[in-house]
Design a protein around this ligand. Structure first.
Ligand code: AMP
Ligand code: GLY
Length: 428
């Protein structure tokens, strides 16, 4: 098979690494990719917002499957435009990608199908949003409706913070994404990322992980796209997975089919495991980044076989096997992230840091004058496996400490919740 992978992050490097290991693969192309992906795939300069150009490339190179990494092209309808040209695509249609592209759409679906989630209101003007916030009180959560790279959410602990967040949305801090705002009840519990591989009808559980969204150790500071992750998430016991499938995922699959927008691709549920069971925080319609990196380390089966089955509506016949070990990834980010990261600083020692049970996935990197340099906010994902999360964590940080990048930073506590659980269970 010839495969074209779209995207340029750590998620796509992990996907490229796993696709490249498939005996089904003939050639892998990636657009635009990054230097790490370049070791697994032929990088192509394609403007992925130009769907006609992507289709022309697919015809020229006889591409058998297009795998779309990020949400942007999906929400823009790339899957529909390629399918219209008889090109096979792994990823949801534009109508199905509304599960990620519009928080209000998803909240309304939850209300209609009794899917447990936070109570909410939708607003397109500041005055009524503020009135709702005054009525509900703090803590409360303010969300820009559209895509905002994971940064459009404010968990406001005080009414003042909530008012400031509403002002920012309606003043255009998130561009068009903030023209509509969802205001939500604040939920408490432990968060988990839950993935399903979907073919329009069947949803197959596809792993669990825990992300670390805040920029600083101890979960402080602003939200980011994710500073590290591990898999599996211990809070997702078999019973919790079963409840999540029955109460959240299956009604969503039915609801999307009823709406004429059956969901095929990766359905990523951000969950809050509350006292009363799992509640949906949000959906994404793609793999998580950095969650994908840890899932790919643990996936035993051939990813291409599974993506083919999802694309062809054949998941009812499939199962997924995972390595019986933990995986953990630590994000190295450029100073300034999640604000304005500094670009261009030189990174040394990446090749030496990789090794037994350690993969270094590239995100925002570039080659400049023969040197590897930072070229984005999240730059490298140091990823490892171990018998326990603690063991994977020790291996990842040992590898990370071999990388020489004075202008980068990372959290030092990735995996803390799972490691604390492991230590508690070892107490006599
Ligand atoms: P989202 O981009 O919707 O995943 O939100 C980012 C983060 O904000 C989540 O991972 C949660 O930590 C937090 N969050 C979002 N919605 C809520 C909520 N209703 N209650 C509590 N925390 C929330
Ligand atoms: N790590 C969270 C996300 O990919 O949205």
């Amino acid at each position: 098979m010839n495969v074209l992978l779209l995207g340029s992050g750590g998620r796509e490097h992990a996907l490229a690494w796993k696709i490249a290991a498939s005996p089904l693969l003939t050639r892998l192309y990636a657009a635009p990719g990054n230097p790490g992906i370049g070791a697994e795939a032929e990088l192509v300069k394609l403007d992925t917002s130009d769907h006609a150009a992507v289709a022309a490339f697919c015809r020229e190179k006889k591409i058998d499957l297009v795998v779309v990494g990020p949400e942007g092209p999906l929400v823009a309808g790339i899957a529909d435009d390629l399918r219209a040209e008889n090109i096979r695509v792994f990823g949801p249609s534009k109508a199905a990608a509304r599960l990620e592209g519009s928080k209000g759409f998803t909240k309304d679906l939850c209300a209609r199908y009794n899917i447990p989630t936070a109570a909410y209101g939708r607003f397109s003007d500041l005055a009524s949003a503020k009135a709702y916030v005054e009525k509900m009180g703090a803590p409360i959560v303010i969300k820009a409706d559209g895509l905002a790279a994971g940064k459009g959410v404010t968990v406001a602990m005080t009414l003042d913070d909530a008012r400031t967040a509403l002002d920012a949305c309606f003043e255009g801090s998130f561009g068009a994404a903030g023209a509509e705002v969802v205001v939500e009840e604040f939920m408490t519990g432990e968060e988990a990322s839950f993935f399903c591989l979907c073919d329009g009808t069947t949803a197959l559980p596809f792993g669990t992980a825990q992300d670390h969204k805040r920029v600083g150790d101890g979960d402080v500071g602003p939200n980011t796209g994710g500073m590290g992750a591990y898999s599996p998430a211990p809070v997702m016991t078999p019973e919790m997975v079963e409840r999540t499938m029955r109460e959240i995922i299956e009604p969503t699959m039915r609801g999307m089919a009823d709406l004429g927008a059956p969901f095929a691709g990766i359905l990523f549920a951000g969950l809050m495991i509350t006292e009363n069971g799992p509640k949906l925080i949000e959906y994404n319609t793609r793999f998580g980044d950095p969650e994908c990196q840890v899932l790919m380390m643990r996936l035993k089966d051939d990813l291409l076989v599974l993506l083919n089955a999802a694309t062809d509506g054949q998941l009812a016949h499939m199962s997924v096997r995972w390595r019986d070990e933990a995986a953990l990834t630590v994000v190295m980010a450029a100073r300034g992230y999640p604000g304005t990261p500094e670009k261009g600083s030189v990174i040394r020692g990446v090749e030496d840091a990789a090794g037994d049970r350690v993969q270094i996935f590239h995100a925002g990197t570039a080659i400049n004058g023969g040197a590897l340099v930072a070229n984005g906010g999240r730059v490298l994902n140091v990823t490892s496996t171990g018998g326990t999360v603690g063991e994977a964590q020790a291996r990842a940080y040992a590898a990370l400490d071999r990388i020489d990048w004075p202008d980068g930073f990372c959290r030092r506590d990735i995996g803390w919740q799972a490691v604390a659980r492991e230590q508690a269970s070892q107490q006599p």
